[in-house]
Design a protein around this ligand. Structure first.
Ligand SMILES: *Cc1c(COP(=O)(O)O)cnc(C)c1O
Length: 380
């Protein structure tokens, strides 16, 4: 029998690590850099925390069971996880990504990976044909769905079919919906990455990242990269994320419910010219999101009438915080053009539709009446 997803948030698939005999319900923090051997050839399975640490392993176990993978690897941030995945590739390899991506990922690709000989093509998955861009040396496709910040939805199953046909890897950044709402591996993806800083941690207090796979070959390579490059998540941070995940389901449900309330309010507001939310029936990605996900999440992007309105909103917020990041219990408002996507060229910003009138909300778990009250105030 396999546990349901809410139970998995507490225990993973139930296969507990047998290293603690105290009965502690909260998994212990093994704050140790090294582990002693009982004698020659009598190890405990633990040598050195860069390679393995029990608290990190318990977290990896919970993540891999939530994502329906066979192995998960916990890193010190989402970017550390994506950097490690990029180490799977070699000079001359070509990777296709959606043009709407987390700004930090694009910075990594163009400033670090390109220097090491990896080529990238950014295409518009909403209007262009993926197959037209696959080259002899294409090795992977990397997407986010919904994408950051324009909330574009990409059909994971169809993309995976194409990737399989050409023998290339499909990597999905699943940060925006979390494993509670979407499981790309079960739709054919080869690797799922996460910024664990966001919904998984959920409390805006810890950085973390994950790479999850159901391929033994990829897992073996990632394990080697993790132990060699050394960006594994620290024991205390692993414990914080484990604790955050216990309420993942409750937080995802409540924040989505709040997001739906906010979307309804925004649609009636005169100063809002467009709302991007995959749960809206007239949103381009609605049908696909409904098919491949169990929920629409709590990220909303919207366009206001003028730049002045956008700036006035950012200056007025008090219950909502003007801050980068997302996925925590507190509602945050972000200005992508100067924050998350500040490093994009003017041309890329324009072609993605990221203007000075675009704002992004990460909806938290406050009382909806307080959030609506705040909206009424900031739009005045
Ligand atoms: C935040 C984020 C990242 C980067 O994660 P960090 O934990 O900040 O390093 C990657 N992808 C997406 C979609 C994100 O939102």
């Amino acid at each position: 029998m396999e546990y349901g997803i809410l139970t998995k948030c507490l225990y993973g698939n139930g296969k507990k690590l047998q290293c603690d005999k105290s009965g502690a319900l909260s998994f212990p923090i093994y704050q140790s850099a090294t582990f002693a051997h009982y004698g020659v050839g009598e190890g405990t399975g633990y040598d050195y925390s860069r390679m393995q640490n029990p608290t990190r392993q318990q977290l990896e176990h919970v993540i891999s069971s939530l994502e329906q993978g066979s192995d998960a690897f916990a890193f010190s941030s989402g970017m550390a996880a994506i950097s490690a995945v990029m180490e799977l590739f070699h000079p001359g390899d070509h990777i296709i990504t959606d043009k709407d991506l987390y700004g930090g990922s694009r910075r990594l690709f163009h400033n670090i990976n390109e220097k090491n000989g990896i080529e990238f093509s950014h295409i518009d998955f909403q209007t262009e044909m993926l197959e037209d861009f696959i080259l002899e040396h294409t090795k992977a496709i990397l997407i986010e769905t919904p994408s950051n910040p324009m909330m574009g939805v990409i059909d994971i199953y169809k993309t995976a079919e194409i990737a399989k046909k050409y023998g290339i890897l499909l990597i999905v950044d699943n940060t925006f919906l979390s494993p509670y709402f979407q499981n790309p591996l079960s739709l054919g993806a080869d690797i799922v990455v996460h910024s664990g800083t966001k919904f998984l941690g959920g409390h805006n207090d810890t950085l973390a990242g994950f790479a999850v796979t159901n391929s033994d070959e990829i897992a073996q390579k990632l394990r080697f990269i993790l132990k060699t490059t050394g960006a594994g998540l620290a024991p205390f941070d692993s414990w914080l994320i484990l604790r955050g995940i216990k309420t993942l389901g409750l937080r995802m449900e409540k924040s989505m419910q709040n997001a739906i309330g906010i979307v309804e309010w925004l649609q009636k507001e005169k100063k809002v010219s467009k709302v991007y939310y995959p749960g809206l029936k007239d949103n381009l990605g609605y049908e696909v999101c409904k098919k491949q996900s169990r929920g629409f999440g709590s990220m909303i992007t919207f366009e206001v009438n003028t730049k002045e309105t956008a700036l006035s909103i950012l200056n007025k917020v008090s219950l909502i915080h003007f801050a980068e990041s997302l996925g925590g219990v507190e509602t945050l408002i972000t200005y992508p053009i100067t924050q998350t996507h500040a490093d994009l060229s003017q041309r890329d910003l324009e072609s993605n539709g990221i203007t000075d009138k675009i704002l992004r909300l990460s909806v938290g778990i406050e009382d909806i009446k307080d959030l609506i009250c705040e909206l009424e105030f900031i739009f005045k």
